[in-house]
Design a protein. Structure first.
Length: 309
């Protein structure tokens, strides 16, 4: 059994009468990168804030590095890096002054790593933070987080607004961070291609719940897309075994299916359409299918069936 770095058990959060996070449970092994994916308002940021001990759950509990998030000591908190959406920096400081200010809060600090990280984003230590681009602010924020050499890194939408070069630098930095297998990353993002590039596993959050908890390989191998051309007035049935979501584009229907088998293909063949085709391993289409669901039932790839953890 792999050592668990981050876990949540029936984590639930209400704001007044509004349910924001609903019975969320997962366990993320040490040395992995996990992509937390969901639409705006799905509950991702609230979940991360509870993990960080910044919000108390209404019910349930969560742990990072084996300690309940409500019971961290300053020494334990220094082992966990967290970057928030927006990449706040003091605008009047120079980049090197931001480093000097931040390092006073940590027992260990790697200035060489700071210089290497900002260089990867094309940033000079003498630049004023208030004049940095959004991508440069993200680079400085990430550098300030990494220099404390945390064991766990939790990133809330770090690629928001980044240009392609900055996004590539971010992804390369994440991969470097976990390269020795001793550190863990939880990455909340809308960038599906970034997740596919750096993540080992995914948590897919829909309507405040986790509908998918699986390795990336398991998700891609078990999810496929079927396309068929039907008469434009035909209403395709939704009683197809393993159906996640059906989408119509003119006379072409696309069916996202998990664990497709002979029964699935037989049901699709009975639609009396033409050009029936199967497309395997389409990660982004599979994710979008889950995000497009209107049914709020249990995941087809839940913890007990996702054997490739």
């Amino acid at each position: 059994m792999s050592e668990i770095s981050i876990s949540a058990n029936a984590l639930t959060k209400y704001f007044g009468s509004r349910l924001v996070v609903d019975q969320v449970s997962f366990a993320l092994p040490k040395g992995t990168v996990t992509g937390l994916i969901g639409l705006n308002g799905a509950g991702k940021t609230t979940t991360l804030r509870m993990l960080m001990g910044l919000l108390a759950p209404t019910r349930g509990h969560c742990e990072v590095l084996g300690v309940d998030s409500r019971s961290w000591t300053p020494e334990h908190r220094c082992r966990i890096g967290y970057t928030v959406e927006g990449h706040f920096l003091y605008s009047w400081m120079k980049v090197r002054e931001s480093e000097f200010f931040q390092r006073k809060s940590f027992d260990r600090w790697n200035s060489v790593l700071f210089q290497q990280t900002i260089a990867r984003f094309g940033i000079s230590p003498d630049q004023v933070c208030g004049r940095l681009s959004r991508g440069q602010r993200a680079g400085v924020s990430l550098a300030l987080t990494l220099c404390a050499e945390p064991d766990v890194l939790i990133l809330d939408d770090p690629s928001l607004g980044l240009d392609p070069i900055s996004r590539r630098a971010l992804n390369a930095t994440i991969l470097d961070f976990v390269a020795d297998g001793t550190r863990t990353v939880l990455l909340s993002t809308h960038m599906l291609d970034d997740v596919e590039r750096v993540a080992d596993r995914i948590l897919l959050m829909v309507n405040s719940r986790i509908l998918v908890d699986a390795t990336l390989d398991a998700f891609c191998s078990r999810t496929c897309m079927w396309t068929v051309e039907l008469d434009q007035n035909t209403i395709a049935p939704h009683s197809i075994p393993g159906l996640v979501h059906a989408t119509q584009l003119g006379n072409r229907w696309q069916f996202a299916v998990v664990d497709s088998d002979q029964e699935t293909e037989s049901a699709l063949s009975r639609l009396d359409g033409s050009n029936l085709q199967r497309h395997d391993g389409v990660f982004d289409e599979g994710v979008i299918a889950y995000l497009s669901r209107t049914r709020d039932n249990t995941s087809f790839l839940n913890a007990q069936t996702a054997g490739a953890r």
